[in-house]
Design a protein around this ligand. Structure first.
Ligand SMILES: *Cc1c(COP(=O)(O)O)cnc(C)c1O
Length: 404
């Protein structure tokens, strides 16, 4: 009789987005005349920029002719894309990363879930709280997290690093020493970030205790302040302790197109064993490369026209972020994030729980957001609004909130 991976049975149900959908549907049914505005989704809404669409069309046409047709892509990515990444995302920022340290993939969610498999199941992970759920759940599936306590909503073998307004949303070094540290800056869900000096302290800490940092830089394109690192490799010593995850989803609208990459520096070793070689082996065995058409689209992200168009797209969302932030401040809310990320994290008023505020906002303003408690226990008492809607809807939502 076969057996299953029992670790999957330990996963608590993910009720956050299904509960939101149910509550919104029930409200709409009871109030068919109300126009609901959704500022809860973490998905982009602007279409793919023209320079990228043009590159995709061209690549599609190449597929139609025997002379230019492409079959399996190289496992680790086409050189044209890996070189464009090196030049634009690393060399231009003074980081010495080479093309053979870049692994092109179908997105940062898969990479953040998959990367754990090259590490021992005995490793202890540390995560910020609140957190992007994939880091914890993928480690649950691997059997690394111990047992779940439904009361505290925590795992016995996971080290939680609360990020709240009390510590300025900067995680503190944990009392127990972790082996793997997940960091995401600028952060989803809090929309906050840390300075380059604060990130350097984490790199120094990881090198000192012998931990690896899994650094999720999916929101790098939204950084507007000078003292925030665009890559962890801007920090000295990061190549011996850090893996970086990047995505084309939030900077270029590729959430449906699917493209990302992971950087595993050759200097990153466990004893004599190169993690770069391990990840290359893993990719070569389990992944046949991101599609040619999509990698050509990714290359166009780094063209002059692509860069200019994407700068405008990011600015569009960040104008929404400023509208939300300023509107909430005017309405008397305590507000965080929204400066280097498309997320605004607000403190719920009058000691309301995250879910009480969700209901209040839905019923009184017909605006949908995301309860902070859905991202971890330290998210209780907070609420997330996203800047990924249209400008018109964002303005309308804020007018309603200000009128409450
Ligand atoms: C959206 C997001 C990603 C991107 O994932 P893709 O699979 O590349 O679409 C990664 N990490 C975080 C924290 C995100 O919010």
């Amino acid at each position: 009789m076969f057996q299953i991976n029992d670790n999957y049975q330990k996963l608590p149900g993910s009720y956050l987005f299904s509960t939101i959908a149910k509550k919104v549907a029930a409200f709409q049914e009871a109030n068919p005349d109300k126009q609901i505005i959704r500022l809860g989704i973490g998905d982009v809404t602007q279409p793919i920029a023209p320079a990228i669409i043009e590159a995709m069309h061209k690549a599609v046409d190449e597929m139609a002719h025997a002379e230019t047709f492409r079959g399996y892509a190289p496992d680790l990515g086409y050189d044209f894309l890996r070189n464009a990444i090196v030049e634009n995302d690393y060399k231009a920022r003074g980081c010495e990363i080479t093309a053979d340290e870049i692994f092109v993939s179908d997105g940062a969610k898969s990479d953040s879930g998959n990367i754990q498999e090259i590490f021992s199941e005995k490793n202890r992970i540390a995560v910020c709280d609140p957190v992007y759920p994939v880091y914890v759940d993928s480690n649950v599936m691997a059997g690394r997290t111990g047992t779940y306590d439904p009361t505290s909503e925590t795992w016995s073998n996971v080290i939680y690093m609360p990020t709240t307004k009390e510590n300025g949303f900067v995680p503190e070094f944990p009392k127990e020493t972790p082996d793997m540290i997940y960091l995401c800056f600028p952060n989803n869900p809090t929309g906050t970030t840390i300075t380059k000096a604060q990130l350097q302290a984490w790199v120094d800490y990881a090198n000192k205790v012998g931990a690896v940092i899994i650094y999720d830089a999916a929101y790098e394109a939204y950084i507007s302040e000078d003292d925030v690192a665009h890559s962890i490799y801007e920090c000295e010593g990061a190549k011996t302790c850090a893996i970086e995850l990047k995505s084309f989803s939030k900077n270029a609208g590729f959430t449906g197109v699917r493209l990302g990459y992971t950087v595993v520096p050759k200097e990153l070793k466990c004893g004599d064993v190169s993690l770069n070689a391990m990840w290359a082996r893993r990719h070569g065995t389990k992944f046949n490369g991101a599609p040619y058409i999509v990698q050509r689209a990714g290359e166009a992200v780094y063209s002059e026209a692509g860069k200019a168009q994407l700068k405008e797209q990011v600015a569009y969302y960040m104008k929404n972020a400023a509208t939300i932030k300023n509107g909430l401040v005017e309405a008397g809310f305590e507000v965080f994030g929204g400066v280097n990320a498309p997320y605004i994290w607000l403190k719920t008023p009058d000691q309301m729980t995250s879910w009480e505020f969700f209901d209040y906002l839905l019923e009184k303003a017909n605006v949908v957001g995301t309860p902070g408690s859905g991202f971890g226990p330290s998210g209780e008492g907070y609420f997330r609004l996203t800047a990924f809607g249209s400008y018109e809807n964002t303005c309308a939502a804020l007018e309603r909130i200000k009128a409450l």
